[in-house]
Design a binder for this molecule. Sequence first.
Ligand code: UT7
Length: 359
Amino acid sequence: MFTKIIATGAYVPEQTVTNDDLAAIMETSDEWIRTRTGIRERHLFEENENEKALRAAAQASEQAIKMAEEKGFSREEIDLIIVATSTPDFTFPAEACLLSDRLGLPGRAAFDISLACTGFLAAFSTASAYLASGMYKNALVVGVDVMSRLLDFSDRSTAILFGDGAGAVILSSDERFREGAESGVQGSILRSDGSRGSVLSYDPIYKNGEGKGSFFMEGRAVFEFAVREVPKLIKDLLSGSGAKDQAETGSTAEAESKAGDEASELKPDDRGACKEAIKPELYVLHQANYRIIEAVAKRLKEPMDKFPYNIDRYANTTAATIPMLLDELLRSGRLRDGEEVVMAGFGAGLSLGAILFRW
Ligand code: UT7
């Protein structure tokens, strides 16, 4: 059984907020934000807008459905809807149930997955496992986050990093989309280290909506985790080999400059990893910091032109970064038939995920 991405879509809210706009309300500067993160601007919902996550998810989904329809697919064929989000409109009902209704697709299997920035990869893996099992045939997988809901604009260390957005893909196991014999999802790995959950957390404070919750992030620890673990995860995915259990610490500068092959401190779960060494053409990484992308490229000994990015325009949209970038690549003709593509990300958990597919 094969599973393949047949269409993508993306959405960001209209309001653009530049670094200079943020510098007007907090002690920061365009120069600091650009050089430390690569971000120039982000899109944020206006505070008084409603149904933010639902509207973003629905717009991205409609775009994906339109693209799929141009290939002879009908929206009625979607039988599974999974939404990855940490910022749903409601704690319950699940965003996916509301989205199913908004898209005119009642009665579908629909549920949310919460794994912060790794959420889209978890949702995608779940959908592709369902499709591979034959239980469902066509899945709509959405990554959506309204980070403006959580941000504290008096905290410059986190408020500058995030944006709002949504990305969607339609995954199909229908033989009519099997254009190349070997096309489709080739493997996936998810890992987590809950002992480091406190490094990146949001406490919503369930108190009749009084006050805001608290956002906590040890930026350097997350940076170092990403630079150390993402390359190893990708190597494990591509080779099918396991990783040893060994810790390593260091500054962000050290993490960026080292280009070694250190062992992972996480126990691997290599189910679904590929069996032969593969050299991908593109790496679609979670967009958290341009310097992280550069450091991952360096550790993988791959050129930067294999690492497309859009963090400069959208900042970190959490579960939406990877499907939003994928949509851009597909619409600009950058994804070419037969090419291998890795999607990889990391985030709160701490968690990690990587998926390989052949376009
Ligand atoms: O999807 C996962 C979500 N999270 C992440 O991906 C975060 C990953 N981490 C990072 O991207 C980086 O660690 C940051 C961009 C958050 C920070 O960069 P850094 O190079 O690790 O800087 P730092 O935290 O070590 O801070 C350096 C200095 C500090 O001042 P002092 O103590 O050296 O005087 C900060 O107070 O920069 C200061 N600083 C700022 N200055 C201007 C922190 N935030 C700002 C700011 N504007 N917005």
